[in-house]
Design a protein around this ligand. Structure first.
Ligand SMILES: [Zn+2]
Length: 477
């Protein structure tokens, strides 16, 4: 599938629009209007769709599931009011993470490369969530600390630039807006950074972590990038200084000891991300094997070695490495999914199927397990069953473009052509391409013909999407 990439200009203009729902009051003069919570939510969703069309993403269900679960856990004990979050995992080895107004949480693959423990990863996320809950994005105390529409547009555009790497000249031209620069300065003022550290530390402790992870992470980042001519984006916006580290250390030391520092699951997910950024599976295997030689009891290294071997086609060796892990922890989802992956790669589909079925009886709502179930059904030429299985997934992940993409493919294979077009429409809308989305619903309507209940449903959805597109055009003048 190909689709139009909205330009950043469209993006900035779309964000200056008052939001999509019909029941919203008109903003009138957008330059002075303040963003309401509901508008913030909708602007956030629209912006996320456009961000999705601009940056490469990581679509590993296990990584997505880990990030979502861990961030929701932190949000529970945080001061974030609106807890409707959406996530984007950006395929970049650079260290960065953000939590933006509208409840958009972004994480670069590079955060996993840099954060050596779950506690360190959680410190970064707790700090970012504190920027969100303290409304550091807002203009000031006036207007109930709510942002004005152009400011929010500028701010979100700034994040796109950071996420996209910032090197592109066209992107940089828009980045140069004064508003974006001022906004970034305000958000990352020393005072705001201190507050985000302080509130982040409190939240880490409440969520059960050892907050000492935060200064530990800062100290290591400072050592690591001290002489770096081009430090990662996160350090440009979050300068780590001796005094900041000392402040954070003092605060963290007041916490009771005994909080969570790390988890096996974090390390296993981290091994997956590390393998993603290895040039070849062979190089990954070599690095994990060296760790294993050093300590034969290092299960994370053994797991990393096994998945590198699956990727590199050394299937027998992978089987030998997974066997002791599964013997030790027969119900660990991550090990079982590796074995399923291995069985699929070795064309042992029946074995894979029975393992997935067994795991699903224990973890019926687990996203990665449900996803691999669909993959397996498709591999076994059972698209109708796959379609049914996807309905379960959609119930839990109605705004996930990866799932809608699979739904479209699967409906195509099972001959549900109307459903195929409807699913494609949802996919395109989620990645910010309304034109294609509307066109897909035209195809669906044509097929629906005289089935009036169906065609009127499609019609209603199409009108919603057209309204969104019209507003964008209006803004473009
Ligand atoms: Zn910060």
């Amino acid at each position: 599938m190909t689709f139009l990439r909205p330009t950043l200009l469209t993006l900035a203009c779309l964000l200056a629009s008052p939001g999509f729902a019909d029941d919203l009051p008109s903003l009138g003069d957008a330059s002075s209007a303040v963003v309401s919570p509901e508008q913030e939510h909708q602007l956030g969703r629209a912006w996320l769709a456009l961000l999705r069309s601009q940056v490469q993403q990581l679509n590993d269900p296990q990584l997505k599931d880990y990030v979502e679960t861990s961030v929701y856990k932190l949000v529970e004990t945080s001061q974030v009011n609106d807890r409707r979050l959406e996530f984007i995992l950006i395929n970049s080895p650079q260290l960065n993470a953000f939590a933006a107004p509208g409840g958009i949480v972004g994480v670069n693959g590079g955060l996993f490369l840099n954060a050596q423990t779950e506690g360190e990863y959680a410190s970064v996320m707790a700090h970012e969530l504190a920027h969100l809950s303290q409304r550091h994005f807002a203009r000031g105390v006036e207007a109930q600390q709510r942002m004005q529409v152009p400011m929010m547009a500028a701010l979100l555009t700034g994040i796109v630039i950071a996420a996209a790497g910032g090197g592109d000249a066209g992107i940089a031209a828009i980045a140069g807006t004064q508003a974006a620069a001022i906004q970034e300065q305000r958000r990352f003022s020393r005072q705001n950074e201190q507050e985000a550290d302080r509130i982040g530390i409190q939240n880490l402790e409440k969520a059960g972590y050892d907050p000492r992870s935060m200064p530990t992470m800062f100290e290591r980042l400072m050592r690591q990038y001290r002489f770096d001519a081009r430090p990662p984006e996160f350090l440009l916006t979050h300068p780590v200084t001796e005094s900041r580290i000392a402040d954070t250390r003092n605060r963290a030391e007041q916490a009771k000891p005994g909080g969570i520092e790390d988890s096996m699951r974090y390390q296993l997910i981290r091994a997956r991300v590390q393998l993603t950024y290895e040039e070849t599976p062979g190089l990954g295997a070599k690095r994990f094997r060296a760790q294993l030689d050093e300590n034969p009891k290092n299960d994370v290294a053994r797991y990393g070695l096994a998945i590198a071997q699956i990727k590199g086609g050394q299937l027998n060796e992978a089987r030998q490495n997974l066997a002791p892990l599964l013997a030790k922890s027969p119900n660990e989802i991550i090990y079982n999914l590796a074995q399923v992956d291995l069985d699929i790669t070795s064309n042992k589909l029946a074995d894979a199927q029975s393992r997935v079925d067994r795991m699903l009886t224990q973890y019926p709502d687990n996203y990665p397990l449900n996803q691999v179930r669909v993959d397996l059904l498709l591999k076994q030429n059972r698209p109708a069953d796959a379609e049914k299985a996807l309905e379960t997934l959609l119930k839990n992940r109605p705004d996930d473009p990866d799932v809608w993409y699979m739904v479209a493919e699967t409906r195509g294979l099972s001959g549900n052509i109307i459903g195929l077009h409807q699913a494609r429409a949802e996919y395109f809308a989620l990645v910010g391409d309304y034109r294609q989305a509307i066109q897909q619903l035209d195809f669906a309507k044509r097929r629906a013909g005289t089935n009036f209940p169906l065609s009127s449903r499609i019609d209603a959805r199409q009108r919603e999407l057209m309204e969104q597109e019209r507003m964008v055009k209006d803004m473009m003048g």
